[in-house]
Design a protein around this ligand. Structure first.
Ligand code: ADP
Ligand code: ZN
Length: 729
């Protein structure tokens, strides 16, 4: 048992965010410090951030132990968070120092309060307008009234801090003390929400009752798009806040949050606290503190919000729980959906997993009785599910370089005549996925990755979707040097937009693809324009598949329904099913029925058939049975090791080395596959080799993996990452 408080000069063990594999001993500062306090400690010549983890261990020379420099102005880490970090670290095989970094994402946490200055728009124009000054003003204008730290502002404007300081002198920029601890306006849970339908009321009642009762529990809230899932979980949030506890809503996409924020404001008379990469550092620091003091009642955020220091977390909602972006694929490899369940079970909180197309993992947990399941069966009001039909492309008359079949074109025209919107869905960014030389057959690839470069005509460049590398489209083929023979092959959304312009010259068209927007704001604006009805034809990627409300959209045309069915990924069927159902769900709301047309070359493929009939239970049961027979997740367990090195042979050698020393895995009867090139075989000049481990459920997989991988002797070049529950297999 740790004491709650350490007196001046007591020995304390500090966990820092530095890559060390042990705790460090210090002396408690003048005035003592609390267990869990966030502190600054000296480490060599530097000052680093840490947390008082427990009593000192005394395995250092007592004469050399230095005192803690300063206790930071933040609520001490609660036992609950500490346990979460330990268990999440154990699960993902991540060192504690790295876990702590996730929990201390508050920028400026280690700055003393007096250093926190922020900058906002001043009252006068600068005396002389330079480009750098104009950029500073643009940033301040764009974010209407928000203030930034010096570093934020200069980074965003691409100007040096002395430019900003100079503008302060002239009065063009105002320097102020950072607003500290300004409370958020309270949420009013007594306001009336919408009158719920019987089905919604029953679902809301069941979930809210769990929230009021307190204690851990997870509910799958399943319902087609538009059935009122958001409406239902807003009531659970109301119950949570009314009980004096805090609620967290995770959304898969920042662009989604705008509509949600507006709904929260409408329901509770105040906006929730936002937490994602688009929030300024000043606001994030405020959010981090307020959440810790229990003064933030509702947080809406990206997966990292799970590591906020909630004082009394009562409810976590994971919206679109099947979304693959909940898996963090960089740094700490965790799935925010699974970690929500862990966090809630420690905090004694409820979890709501909401989806129209749950992941097979969640479906199976509900099937096994581990999760409660609540279904909303009908769409709200008169709205009905879109009618879904296949367009058999084998029977369509289509010239080469064209992708909109005559049948689909007729349907689009019919909608335009009625003043309704159509969505053409193609999950491919850019102009063309492949650029090939007609002289030698060479396909232009990325110099750093094992990926083809995608032509983006809008940017006038070739882009690697793996690493982001771009280069101008060359005149001559890089291989055979013949000029003028490079040709675009296959469609991307930009190319589809060209076809739309030709086929529907009067139509107002908009392309919705993440790379075409320079800022989250521009994207939000485009989404708002579509919702207002200023657009006839929306051409979109995956971005549009996610819960936006477009009331006048009544037709969805899927350009290539077969796209996701290719490839060897065992999840391909599940993904395609989810994506097609989600996209189709965009069509038809309120009183206007929708229609979804799927262009396919294989209308009899079982997955396409399941999509068309919409018999979800049958689809899930069949998919579950296939996974069960194969011993694959969620009925078996998988883990992967990614070995990466600049020298491909070295990565393979490390893999072969591991393949020879599998005793720790044999002990749990696990199978080992590989080494083989990883699904993404080369990224940023590093070759990636993957080993896949398959085990039964219920074995101590992490311990065995740690032992197994621990046999590798790391060197300068070789990097090793363990991925528990990999997304693709
Ligand atoms: P989901 O989250 O399942 O997609 P929403 O909660 O967003 O569904 O509901 C879809 C639309 O129907 C929204 O515009 C919502 O405001 C409206 N709606 C749903 N239920 C009700 C209700 N009981 N009263 C009024 N409007 C409702
Ligand atoms: Zn690349």
């Amino acid at each position: 048992m740790e004491p709650d408080f350490y007196d001046t000069d007591d020995l304390v063990a500090v966990l820092t965010t530095q890559p060390l594999d042990r705790l460090l001993d210090y002396r408690a500062p003048e005035g003592g410090c609390a267990q869990g306090a966030f502190v600054q400690v000296p480490l060599g010549p530097r000052q680093v951030l840490g947390v008082i983890w427990g009593p000192g261990q005394g395995n250092f020379d007592p004469a050399k132990i230095r005192p803690v420099t300063r206790v930071l102005d933040a609520a001490p880490m609660r036992d609950e968070m500490r346990e979460f970090l330990i268990r999440a670290g154990d699960y993902t095989l991540t060192p504690m120092t790295q876990m702590l970094r996730l929990a201390t994402r508050a920028p400026g946490l280690s700055d003393p309060p007096s250093m926190q200055k922020v900058y906002r728009l001043g009252d006068t124009d600068p005396d002389r307008m330079t480009d750098a000054r104009r950029r500073v003003l643009n940033v301040l204008n764009d974010y209407g009234g928000l203030s930034f730290t010096l570093k934020e502002l200069s980074d965003m404007a691409g100007a040096t801090s002395s430019v900003v300081k100079g503008m302060v002198k002239q009065g063009a920029v105002r320097e102020e003390q950072a607003p500290r601890d300004t409370p958020y306006p309270p949420m009013d849970t007594d306001r009336r929400g919408n009158a719920l339908t019987d089905g919604q009321a029953e679902a809301a009642g069941r979930i809210a009752e769990g929230v009021r009762r307190g204690g851990y529990g997870t509910t799958l809230l399943r319902g087609v798009t538009g059935s009122g899932k958001t409406e239902v979980y807003l009531e659970a949030i109301a119950a949570c806040i009314a009980a004096g506890r805090q609620a967290l809503v995770l959304l898969p996409e920042i662009a989604l949050s705008e509509q949600f924020l507006a709904r929260v404001e409408q329901r509770f008379g105040a906006k929730p606290v936002e937490w994602h990469s688009g929030v300024t550092m000043t606001e994030r620091r405020r959010a981090w503190k307020m959440v810790g003091q229990g003064a933030a009642q509702l947080v809406v955020g990206a997966r990292s919000a799970l590591f906020l220091p909630f004082r009394d977390l009562g409810l976590i909602v994971v919206d679109e729980e099947h979304d693959t972006s909940y898996k963090q694929e960089d740094g700490v490899l965790y799935n925010a959906r699974d970690m929500s369940v862990l966090r809630a079970s420690i905090a004694g909180a409820r979890v709501v997993l909401a989806s129209a197309t749950p992941s097979l993992e969640t479906w199976a947990n509900a099937d096994a009785g581990k999760y409660d399941r609540v279904d909303l069966d009908a769409r709200f009001g008169a709205a009905v599910l879109p009618e879904m039909r296949a367009i058999d492309m084998r029977a369509e008359d289509l010239s080469p370089g064209r992708w909109i079949s005559p049948s689909l074109a007729r349907a689009v025209t019919a909608r335009m005549e009625k003043g309704e919107q159509s969505l053409l869905f193609l999950n491919r960014r850019g102009y063309a996925p492949v650029t090939v030389c007609r002289a030698c057959g060479e396909q232009i690839g990325c110099d750093h990755c094992d990926a083809r470069m995608v032509e983006h005509r809008f940017l006038k460049r070739l882009v690697c979707h793996q690493c982001g590398e771009t280069k101008p489209l060359p005149e001559a083929c890089p291989s055979c040097k013949v000029e003028g023979k490079l040709a675009a092959v296959g469609p991307g959304v930009e190319r589809l937009a060209e076809e739309v312009a030709v086929a529907f010259p009067e139509a107002r068209a908009a392309v919705l693809s993440s790379d075409l927007f320079t800022s989250a704001r521009a994207l939000k604006q485009a989404i708002a324009d579509i919702a207002e009805g200023d657009i006839d034809i929306v051409i979109g990627t995956q971005l549009v598949a996610k819960g936006h409300n477009f009331p006048r959209l009544t037709l969805v045309g899927v350009i290539d329904a077969d796209l996701g069915l290719q490839g060897s990924d065992l999840r391909a069927a599940e993904r395609t099913f989810q994506l097609m159902r989600q996209v189709a769900g965009r069509a038809g709301r309120a009183e206007t029925p929708g229609e979804a047309l799927l262009q396919t070359h294989q209308p009899d493929h079982p997955v396409i058939r399941a999509i068309l009939t919409g018999d979800e239970e049958a689809f899930w049961s069949a998919e579950a049975e296939a996974r069960r027979l194969a011993g694959m997740p969620p009925y078996g367990r998988l883990a992967a090791v990614i070995l990466s090195a600049t020298d491909e042979a070295a990565a393979f050698r490390a893999g072969q080395d591991l393949a020879r020393r599998t005793a720790p895995l044999a002990a749990i009867s696990a199978q080992v596959f590989g080494p083989a090139p990883a699904p993404i075989a080369r990224v940023r000049g590093r070759h990636r080799v993957r080993m896949l481990v398959k085990a039964d459920k219920g074995v101590a997989l992490q311990a065995a993996m740690a032992k197994w991988v621990g046999q590798l002797r790391p060197d300068r070049d070789l990097r090793v990452a363990v991925d528990i529950d990999p997304q693709s297999f």
